[in-house]
Design a protein around this ligand. Structure first.
Ligand SMILES: NC(=O)c1ccc[n+]([C@@H]2O[C@H](COP(=O)([O-])OP(=O)(O)OC[C@H]3O[C@@H](n4cnc5c(N)ncnc54)[C@H](OP(=O)(O)O)[C@@H]3O)[C@@H](O)[C@H]2O)c1
Length: 280
């Protein structure tokens, strides 16, 4: 590949047409890459739940059409601006990337300098994207819980959707930080989750609760990327003063819960967003 932006580039494009979405590899004029002062030769991007939503008819994520999906990307700057000189290794994720601005599933991306982060020394583009937005979200979830007071001696921490991107990275991070990690999964995945550091593995129905506002106090905290009835059910199983870091909706967006765990057990529900996360 050259170090200059060519007139045309290859990209995976999703285009909405009459309620359907055409998807596939296309040649895109570089002039259509969108606004921005930094051009990155993309080496890697990751595949996230949101990327799938951006490419299906009722996903409600894509805000432009045609769209190059890919909510994160890492590579080398070929046209620099601000703190990012030509040749710098960088990543960019969140903001409008892959939803309202062409994203990582292309040979090149043009993005505003405010969306760009320098890759730390020792972290390759590939490693950064293996962690990806999902891994970053898992880290934000753990950080939020610890800021709320969580520490390993408080007791077991539940991770729902544990085989997913957010879930699996949360299991790894928590285990590495000395927590007793309880993983919940709808898959037959015990060996995999134990290899990541889970102390025990439960089925989805085992952590769903029994529909009552308060249940047995099982978990000191939970990292939940599943939402829906799962989130509603686990609130009543959090120990006194504990918290749930909620980032996702794979089980649905509606959470039919009561206030009882909040007002009788001082449980906290902490929202986690990676998209507009402040740079610092
Ligand atoms: N807030 C943010 O900034 C942010 C950032 C990244 C992701 N997210 C959200 O977090 C969620 C997970 O993202 P991801 O990248 O980890 O996705 P993913 O890799 O596709 O994993 C999702 C996991 O959810 C579980 N799951 C799927 N369908 C389910 C259902 N009907 N009921 C219960 N569990 C179900 C599965 O785990 P098991 O089979 O192991 O149960 C699956 O592996 C998504 O909703 C995504 O949009 C939010």
């Amino acid at each position: 590949m050259t170090d200059e932006l060519p007139d045309e580039l290859r990209a995976f494009v999703a285009e909405q047409r009459d309620g359907e979405v055409d998807r596939g590899l296309r040649t895109l004029p570089a002039s259509e890459l969108g606004e921005g002062d930094v051009v990155v030769r993309v080496e890697c991007s990751s595949v996230n739940y949101k990327d799938a939503l951006a490419t299906i008819p009722k996903g409600q994520v894509a805000r432009i059409s045609p769209l190059v999906p890919g909510i994160d990307l890492a590579g080398t700057v070929i046209e620099g601006a601000g703190d990012f000189a030509e040749g710098a290794s960088v990543l960019a994720h969140g903001y409008d990337i892959g939803v309202a601005h062409h994203g990582g599933y292309a040979e090149y991306a043009r993005v505003p300098a405010e969306w760009v982060v320098a890759l730390p020394e020792g972290l390759s583009a590939r490693q950064a994207m293996a962690i990806g937005t999902a891994g970053f979200t898992a880290a934000l979830s753990v950080a939020r819980l610890e800021r709320h007071g969580l520490s390993p001696e408080r007791g077991p921490v539940l991770v729902t959707g544990a085989t997913g991107g957010v879930g699996s990275t949360a299991v790894s991070i928590l285990a590495a930080r000395g927590y007793e990690v309880m993983a919940s999964s709808g898959k037959d995945s015990r060996a995999y989750l134990e290899s990541l550091g889970a102390a025990d593995v439960f089925g989805r129905e085992d952590v769903a609760g029994d529909g009552k506002p308060l249940g047995k106090q099982r978990w000191a905290a939970a990292v939940d990327s599943v939402g829906g009835a799962t989130l509603a059910g686990l609130l009543g199983q959090i120990r006194y003063g504990g918290a749930v870091a909620a980032s996702g909706l794979t089980a649905g967006i509606e959470v039919k819960a009561t206030v009882i765990p909040f007002i009788l057990r001082s449980v906290a529900l902490l929202g986690v967003d990676s998209g507009q996360c402040p740079m610092d």
